[in-house]
Structures are given as C-alpha cells and as structure tokens.
Ligand binder design. Structure first.
Ligand SMILES: Cc1cc2nc3c(=O)[nH]c(=O)nc-3n(C[C@H](O)[C@H](O)[C@H](O)COP(=O)(O)OP(=O)(O)OC[C@H]3O[C@@H](n4cnc5c(N)ncnc54)[C@H](O)[C@@H]3O)c2cc1C
Ligand SMILES: NC(=O)c1ccc[n+]([C@@H]2O[C@H](COP(=O)([O-])OP(=O)(O)OC[C@H]3O[C@@H](n4cnc5c(N)ncnc54)[C@H](O)[C@@H]3O)[C@@H](O)[C@H]2O)c1
Length: 480
C-alpha cells in the first residue's frame, strides 16, 4: 500500500533526537511524520537517564542514613523494600512520560505513526508494509546495549540497561561487566540498596575515559559502599548454574559468582535493518552513520541525529542534534554541531563532571590547576572532602577544560561549560562574586589561586609594590 501524501520531513525514531527534530521542524512550518516502532521517549526516558537517576536517588537515601553517624545522628537499621524502590523508579518515568508522549507531539503539530520503518528507495520508507513518501528524513534510531562475544554468555539470561528495570526482587549478588558510566552508576545504586555488587572492568581503571584522579575518587567511593572492583580483568567465559546465575571466569582463572549478571560494556548503533544502503547512507566499520559537521549523511536528503552518529552518547547531545538537523533540513541553513564544550556527568556519588579538553595531564601550552576539596568549605561542612576540581588552562589563562568530582558536581559544571565555550580566563571566573559556601567554590578557588600565582610573578610583584610605594608617598605628601 502507498499513501499519496509526501511529508516534508520524515523522522525515524522517537527518542530525544527524533522528538526534538520533529517538534523543531513542525515549529518551522514543515509537514512532519515521526515513525516510532515502540513507545515515544526513547532510552533516556524508559531505560536510561530517568530510571537510573531515580535508582541512584534511592541508593543515596539509604547511604545517607547509614553514614549519618558521623554527624552524631544515629539510625538503628536501614531496611530497603526493593519493590517499593522500583515503584519509585517507575513512578519517576510515569511522571515525565507525558512530555514525550504521542499526544504532546501531535499537539506540537507532528503526525506520529507506530511501526517499524525501513528505507526502500529514494524518498520512500516501508512502514510495516505501507510505503511512506518524504522529501527529507532524519534518522534517529539510537543505540542498544552492546554484548561482548564471551563464551557461555549467550546461554545466560543476563540483564542489560534495557531489562534491569523489570527486576521486582533484589538479587543477592550482582556481577556487572563493564565499569563505565552505566556500570558505576547502577553498580553503586544497587550496592547501596544492599546488593553484593562486583564490577569487572577490562581497562586498568573504572571510568577509563575520565581524568585518572577523578576515576580514583569514584573507585574509593564505590569501595566504601561495599562494591568489589576488579580492574584490568578480561572475562574468559561465563558458566551458568541455572538460567540466571553462575560464575564469570576471569582470564587469570579466578571466578566471580553471581545471581544476576548485568552487561554494561557500551552501546552499539541501531543501524542494521533500516535499509540505509538502499538510500546511499554510509555507516562506518562500527555501524555508526557517517555524518558531516552539519549532521548530513552521505545522502544529501537524509540527516542523522543522536546516539547512532558516533558523537558522545548523551541526551543533551541528542537534543542539540535533533534541533540542528531539523533546522538545517527544513530551512536549508548550514549550522555545524559544536563539539568543543560538550559537558558530561556521571551521576555516582560523588558525581564526576567534565567539559572540554582532557584535564589528566600537563602538555605543551596547557597547565593543569588542581584544587583539592579539603580547601572547599562546603565540602568540609558536609564532611565530603574526597573530591577535586581540575582546570586545564592555556598560557593566557583561558579555561579549555575542567573536571569536577564531588557531590552535585553536575550543577557546578554549568559555569565551566560557559567558560570553555566563551573562552573565559581564570581572572574572569575569579572576578565573579560567588555565593559562599557553595560547591562552585571549587572552580572559583582554583581560578583565584591561579590569579594570585600570576600576581606573585617577580615583575608583576615589583610593579605592584612600586605602585603602592608611590601612592603612600603621594598620600603622605598631601597630609604634610
Ligand atoms: C542506563 C543509562 C543511563 C543513561 N544516563 C544518561 C544521563 O544521565 N544523561 C545523559 O545525557 N544520557 C544518559 N544516557 C544516554 C541517553 O539515554 C542517550 O544518549 C539518548 O537516549 C539517545 O537518544 P536518541 O534519540 O539518539 O536514541 P534513543 O533514545 O535510543 O531513541 C531511538 C528511538 O528509535 C526507535 N527505533 C529504533 N529503530 C527503529 C525503527 N526501525 N523504526 C522506528 N523506530 C525505531 C527506538 O525504539 C527508540 O525509541 C543513559 C543511557 C543509559 C542506557
Ligand atoms: N550519566 C550519563 O550521562 C550516562 C550514564 C550512563 C550511560 N551513559 C551513556 O551510555 C553509554 C554506554 O554506557 P556504558 O557504561 O555501557 O559504556 P561505557 O563506554 O561508558 O563503558 C563501558 C565500559 O566497559 C568496559 N568494557 C568493554 N568491554 C569489556 C569486557 N569485555 N569486559 C570488561 N569490561 C569491558 C570498557 O572499558 C568501559 O569502561 C555511555 O558511554 C554514555 O554515553 C551516560
């Protein structure tokens, strides 16, 4: 069956990237059809950001009570009702869902169809047997949990970030394969709810993409929550003792017993079965859609947005992509995606927040300013001094990158993202009055320390002292 209507813009995928693209295009006056195979809202709403942060909030409540003794507040026992925790998690999702619903999209002028979409020729998409015609398209089908080719894994009913939310009872022991963002966030959340968690990470440290000193703080925090962490470990095989439990067998022969295994080793683009080759949309060797800086694919009428592009896989990136791709497609403008100041936050406790260039090492023309949170008064008052702020600055003091580790570091990141994006210098940041005592004192104190170091240079110091002496002489002369 074929419909006669030709849509100005077809959006394939109703996650963050697709929703923002569709709404943007409709607002610009385009006739827009969004095709979603499942439920609108995507991974962020249903299985990603929202449920994971809700789980972390429950874990934080339990951990806060357990640690209250250090403030002189004693609570006899922490009891966790896992089913009620999951009800809180699903409740948070339900509360946010209407914003991304079909009704909300239709109210914004977008037509929504539910079904599996596949490109079948230039300007044509097969939607479960019906041919839909379009002038331009945005592909936004996202990414799915990657599963490594470990012998024995396929025989196990393992969990991923897609399915962990279906748990109704707490498993006694959970092994987590992968110590990246998902492994650390969910590993900590589950552990704080009383589950014995072991994280097995192939790289030499958890959060291997973050500044090593930041990852070390998170490592210590996870261990103090009771998480066992094995880094630099490859898994040779999985032995199942029943459909859901068994052992991970590590390369060195050691075994990790689990009642459930959570696989969290990255996310692969959902680009197979979309007929991309039939419309000349190239994918790279890992399956990501090849895009230019304007998010145009190798077919000039087809754009791509979100997780399937190989750009950082975050909701805020997907949203920016959706808006940019739709604007470029509908208006014919040539906006390029900004990549120098993309913020990222891992919502463990403490949080790791970073933006801009790597703060891990000094290199040509880049100095690293480090401020230990023992020197942040808010950290002292909250008894949470194991954290740090690091700024990467150039010779002129311009802030090129930042990493902050501490409670609510994600909230601190906003001003640092502005600093990096706008090319602000440490003296600009130091010159802004910050409310005391806040966590933002971390970057502010680091910037003030840098300005003081500059003022302490011999030539600057000599000039300032000369100025002060001249002023003293002038004042004394007037008084005489
Ligand atoms: C556990 C977890 C926690 C996360 N936490 C955060 C966080 O705190 N902050 C953050 O910024 N990011 C977080 N992320 C990442 C974030 O969820 C993704 O970056 C974001 O959802 C990507 O949006 P997207 O629109 O590109 O893809 P998706 O949200 O995956 O949407 C793609 C949509 O396309 C649909 N689709 C696929 N194929 C077809 C087809 N053939 N036809 C029709 N529809 C199709 C899918 O059903 C889906 O709805 C997290 C991810 C996970 C897994
Ligand atoms: N707070 C957030 O913004 C947030 C939270 C969760 C997820 N996400 C997004 O989702 C993406 C996927 O998360 P993720 O944690 O699955 O991926 P990730 O890339 O962050 O981490 C995967 C980890 O698994 C390790 N690994 C890979 N293969 C392994 C193996 N065979 N054995 C042991 N370790 C192995 C890697 O070294 C890496 O540290 C993230 O990259 C991020 O973009 C974001």
């Amino acid at each position: 069956m074929s419909t006669t209507q030709r849509w100005d813009l077809l959006v394939l995928g109703g996650g963050t990237a697709g929703i923002v693209a569709a709404k943007t295009a409709a607002r610009l006056g385009a006739r827009v059809l969004l095709v979603e195979r499942d439920r609108t809202g995507g991974d962020c709403l249903w299985t990603g950001c929202v449920p994971s942060k809700a789980l972390l909030a429950a874990g934080e409540a339990a951990a806060g009570v357990r640690r209250a003794g250090r403030f002189g507040v004693t609570v006899d026992e922490v009891r966790v009702d896992f089913a009620q925790v999951m009800e809180h998690v699903h409740g948070a999702v339900r509360q946010i869902a209407p914003v991304d619903s079909i009704e909300a999209l239709e109210a914004a002028g977008v037509t929504v169809r539910t079904g599996h979409g596949r490109f079948v020729g230039e300007g044509a998409l097969d939607l479960d047997g019906e041919t839909v015609r379009f002038t331009q398209a945005v592909v936004a089908t996202g990414a799915a949990p990657a599963v490594p080719p470990v012998p024995g894994l396929a025989d196990l009913d393992y969990l991923t970030s897609d399915t962990v939310w279906d748990l109704t009872e707490a498993p006694r022991r959970v092994a987590v394969l992968g110590g990246g963002s998902i492994g650390c966030e969910l590993g900590q959340g589950l552990s704080r709810l009383g589950i014995e968690v072991t994280i097995v990470e192939g790289a030499p440290r958890v959060l291997p993409r973050e500044d090593a000193s930041a990852a070390a703080v998170v490592h210590r925090a996870l261990e103090s929550d009771g998480v066992r962490i094995l880094t630099g470990q490859s898994v040779a095989s999985v032995i199942a003792s029943d459909p859901q439990s068994g052992w991970l067998v590590l390369d060195d022969g050691d075994k990790v017993a689990f009642d459930r295994l959570l696989v969290a080793v990255g996310r692969q683009p959902r680009t197979t079965g979309l007929g991309l080759d039939t419309v000349g949309v190239e994918v790279d060797e890992r399956g990501f859609v090849v895009v230019d800086p304007r998010l145009r694919t190798t077919n000039p009428r087809i754009w791509a947005a979100g997780d399937l592009t190989g750009h950082p896989q975050f909701t805020h990136v997907a949203g920016v992509h959706g808006s940019l791709a739709a604007g470029n497609a509908v208006l014919g403008v040539r906006r390029a995606v900004e990549t120098s100041a993309v913020p990222r936050v891992t919502y463990t406790h403490p949080e790791v927040a970073a933006v801009g260039v790597d703060t891990g090492r000094e290199r040509d023309g880049i100095r690293i300013l480090t401020l230990d949170h023992r020197h942040v008064d808010r950290a002292v008052t909250e008894d949470h001094t194991d954290g740090l702020t690091r700024l990467a600055v150039d010779a002129k003091g311009r802030i090129l990158g930042a990493t902050v580790v501490g409670p609510r570091a994600g909230e601190t990141l906003g001003e640092l993202a502005i600093a990096v994006r706008r090319g602000l210098r440490t003296r600009d940041l130091a010159g802004i009055t910050h409310a005391y005592p806040t966590w933002n004192d971390g970057p502010w104190n680091a910037a003030v320390a840098d300005v003081r170091t500059q003022l302490d240079r011999p030539a600057t110091r000599r000039a300032l002292h000369t100025l002060a002496r001249t002023r003293r002489w002038w004042l004394e002369r007037r008084a005489a």
